[in-house]
Design a protein around this ligand. Structure first.
Ligand code: 5HY
Length: 239
């Protein structure tokens, strides 16, 4: 099977890290293709960035002939639109991480990048898990593109994870950025609880759904988009 993992930002170095995480867990019969969005923001750290990352995601999904898709940004941008477009299942990394975390303990805390992205994480938690399962969302205030450059990242994520567990009374940590996909085992070893990377969790979830022969229902709201003219910079998205 083929799984396309879409990095909704335009930073190829981040796609490389995402690809490593996805390939590390994919089964022997699964080919992972990680793609960098062809248009949009270099990193996604605001509602504006997220909104403008969607055309690139949809362009990748429309071009991809994969059996399933992963949206590798913790805001799960364009998830529902991609589900309308794709033939195979589409899973967001926040969605996968939060569902997996809910299976592993009584309550989880999210450790993410910038403070201003916490609201979105709370919105997604309200959509994905029962009230009270997400116990807290904490920001380490490291910009997304600094995650690869700042040598103190692991230290700061470990320290914040410890604070989160104590303050929230949680027993699982969710990493709130695809750029943290290389951190789960070290953080877990040092804080002593399960630490979930959404890229790996989403890749395995998509692989499981495809293996089960399951995909998004096309009966209702996720039916293919209604063809209509689009104008201006988005003319190519019309049908
Ligand atoms: C991500 N931004 O996973 C999100 C993380 C965040 O470019 N990839 C990004 O901070 O919301």
């Amino acid at each position: 099977m083929r799984i396309m993992v879409v990095n909704p930002n335009t930073t190829a170095e981040m796609t490389a890290k995402i690809e490593l995480s996805a390939r590390a867990v994919a089964g022997p019969g699964t080919r992972v293709e990680a793609v960098t969005s062809s248009m949009g923001p270099a990193s996604i750290e605001s509602h504006y960035d997220e909104a403008l990352s969607v055309p690139g995601i949809l362009t990748a999904v429309r071009a991809g002939a994969a059996d399933g898709y992963v949206i590798a940004c913790f805001g799960d941008p364009g998830l529902d639109a991609a589900r309308e477009l794709a033939d195979g299942p589409v899973v967001g990394i926040a969605e996968a991480a939060m569902h997996a975390a809910a299976l592993l303990g009584r309550g989880f805390s999210v450790v993410t990048t910038l403070d201003r992205t916490r609201g979105r994480a709370w919105d997604l938690a309200a959509r994905y898990v029962a009230p009270g399962v997400c116990r807290g969302v904490h920001a380490c205030d490291i910009p997304v593109l600094e995650l690869d450059r700042d040598p103190s990242v692991a230290e700061r994520v470990v320290a914040l994870a410890r604070t989160a567990l104590a303050r929230d009374g949680s027993d699982v940590i969710v990493l709130g950025c695809a750029g943290m996909a290389d951190l789960p085992s070290e953080v877990s070893k040092r804080v002593g609880v399960p630490v979930v990377d959404g890229v790996a969790a989403a890749t395995l979830l998509v692989q499981s759904l495809v293996t089960l022969g399951l995909s998004t229902s096309k009966r209702g709201e996720f039916a293919p988009p209604i063809p209509k003219p689009y104008t201006g910079a988005l003319a190519a998205f019309g049908g």
